[in-house]
Design a protein around this ligand. Structure first.
Ligand code: PLP
Length: 536
């Protein structure tokens, strides 16, 4: 039963398109704490500025000549409080790991302990400059070297290139090492084999490095087909790129057999180690015959990431590839001093075959400090528990939902760090996308969708070890509820999200024809500014 109120609105009647919320429309477009925010160009005027600059003396003659701007610059001007409000309001429309569970599979969106931030902000680390004389940054070099020693130890490898700035950048570094090693023995191999279940960056990297990419099928169990791989190996194959744990959230049990076969054929094993979170402290990839593997410090070692950065993808290398690793790197000599090895002293450190450099400088110092703080505060035993809890949490999600959502590889055993579901059993016309949009209404960032490609309508959930059981239970409740609606063909799923600041976007247009520049004029002076409401 509903009672009309003064405005004629009846409870249960959605207002026009005001975030689909019940209730009368508001004149501002705001809904209590949910604030509307226009583009900065729509509120800033070119006549306003947040700083006072002295007038240019009229006697000063311009030295710009014909480059003098004839028209207005067209940039929006805002006072300092207006600028702060604008960006704070936008930030409130965002989702963040500090707000809630972030189930994005293959991304390891886990809590970043604040201790890491405190350490990374210490001026001795935060304020160093890459061009400072080495003698003035000994502490920073110690940090890089100490982290390198940990990464080598945790992976059972022989060396590490610290400078790559993302996972994909690390892949390129590893493949360039492999190419240098092959060239050194006069071996011009042209093909890199990549399993079907590989992360998209793997074939992209191989192609970027000039190799022809060939696919290796997956078994019905979601793992690399060892026999198919073996039968394709030959004198034209430079390397095999394998993600382990793979993007179906499964451990490649045949990894050692794969490595042995690849080595016997004269090729190298690249392992995509972005999912190291699931095995850190439990498995050393070096023991499995891996020649090169990148580690995403921003995933396993907890630096906050997403939306473009920051990233850091050190690459651990086997004995066979170490001689070709890029410059610079750090090395501790017998006297205990950590040196920075660059072009001018590479020969003195017996490193004459470096393939080159990946970056102008030394890598992501802020992330090195965060990662080392994380490692030292967990210790070797704590890191092992990270992997165990990450796997436990993922299996809890898997087994709490597999009666409702099809888990294609569920019957063959437990998963690693992520649970994979398909859209089997959804009502006709109802898709994974619809379910994901409904999860937004429930206050969750959706999981990874339609990836890996080997599963129809895939949903890949990586809860990570930093979620409590209570948090997982709430998420599972939301996932089960949306899954039930998807199976029942609830039509409101098709129009979700109903409560987000914006409704369903045209994602194809957004991807194909993104509007990246504001081409209208700035707001004219005197425009009523939403962001002034409540101001002085
Ligand atoms: C995240 C990820 C990558 C890419 O890492 P970036 O830092 O985003 O370049 C590569 N492979 C796998 C399996 C990943 O999960």
């Amino acid at each position: 039963m509903s009672t009309p109120n003064a405005s004629g609105w009846k409870p249960g009647t959605p207002a026009k398109d005001d975030h689909g919320m019940d209730g009368p429309p508001t004149v501002t477009g705001n809904r209590a704490l949910m604030l509307e925010e226009p583009l900065i160009f729509e509120i800033g005027t070119s006549q306003t500025t947040g700083v006072d600059l002295p007038d240019v003396p009229s006697s000063t003659s311009s030295r710009l000549g014909s480059f003098t701007r004839a028209d207005e610059i067209g940039l929006p001007g805002l006072s300092e409080p207006e600028a702060i409000r604008h960006y704070t309001r936008l930030s409130r429309q965002n989702y963040a790991i500090d707000l809630g569970l972030f189930p994005l599979g293959s991304c390891t969106m886990k809590h970043n302990p604040r201790l890491n931030e405190k350490v990374a902000r210490m001026p001795g680390f935060a304020d160093v400059h890459p061009l400072q004389p080495v003698d003035t940054v000994r502490g920073a070099l110690e940090v890089i070297n100490e982290l390198a020693v940990w990464l080598i130890g945790l992976t059972g490898m022989d060396g590490v290139a610290m400078s790559p700035k993302a996972g994909a950048h690390g892949e390129l570094c590893g493949i360039l090492c492999i190419r240098a090693a092959l060239e050194a023995r006069g071996d011009a191999r042209e093909v890199i084999l990549v399993p079907e279940s590989a992360h998209g960056t793997n074939p992209a990297t191989a192609a970027f490095a000039g190799y022809r990419v060939e696919n290796i099928p997956a078994t019905g169990e979601g793992r690399v087909d060892l026999e198919a791989l073996k039968s394709r190996l030959g004198p034209d194959v430079a390397a095999v790129m394998i993600t382990n744990p793979n993007t179906c959230g499964l451990f490649e049990r045949d990894m050692k057999a794969i490595s042995d076969a690849v080595h016997a054929a004269g090729a190298f094993v690249y392992c995509d180690g972005a999912n190291f979170n699931a095995i850190v402290g439990k498995v050393r990839p070096g023991d499995l015959g891996v020649d090169a593997m990148h580690i995403n410090l921003h995933k396993t070692f907890s630096t906050p990431h997403g939306g473009g950065g920051p990233g850091s993808g050190p690459v651990v290398l086997s004995e066979a590839l170490c001689p070709y690793g890029p410059l610079p790197f750090t090395a501790r000599t017998k006297d205990g001093v950590v040196h920075l090895v660059e072009e001018e002293n590479a020969e003195a450190f017996d490193h004459k075959h470096a393939f080159g450099r990946m970056t102008a400088f030394h890598g992501q110092m802020g992330m090195f400090t965060r990662a080392l703080a994380y490692i030292l505060s967990h210790g070797a035993d704590g890191l092992k528990q990270v992997a165990e809890d990450a796997v436990l949490n993922a299996n809890y999600v898997l087994r709490s939902c597999d009666d409702l959502l099809e888990a294609p590889f569920g019957p063959s055993g437990p998963c690693m760090h992520e649970a994979l579901f398909s859209d089997a059993g959804f009502a006709e016309d109802t898709t994974t996308l619809d379910l994901a949009k409904a999860l937004i209404d429930e206050g969750y960032h959706p999981m990874t969708m339609y990836f890996p490609l080997v599963v129809h309508g895939a949903m890949l959930v990586e809860p990570t070890e930093t979620e409590s059981k209570a948090s997982l239970d709430r998420f599972i409740m939301a996932l089960r509820s949306t899954a039930e609606r998807a199976k029942a063909g609830d039509p409101t799923l098709k129009t979700a999200p109903h409560y987000a600041p914006r409704r369903r976007l045209d994602e194809t247009q957004a991807a194909r024809k993104p509007v990246l520049a504001f081409d209208g004029p700035c707001a004219p002076a005197g425009t009523p500014q939403l962001s002034e409401q409540g101001g002085s």
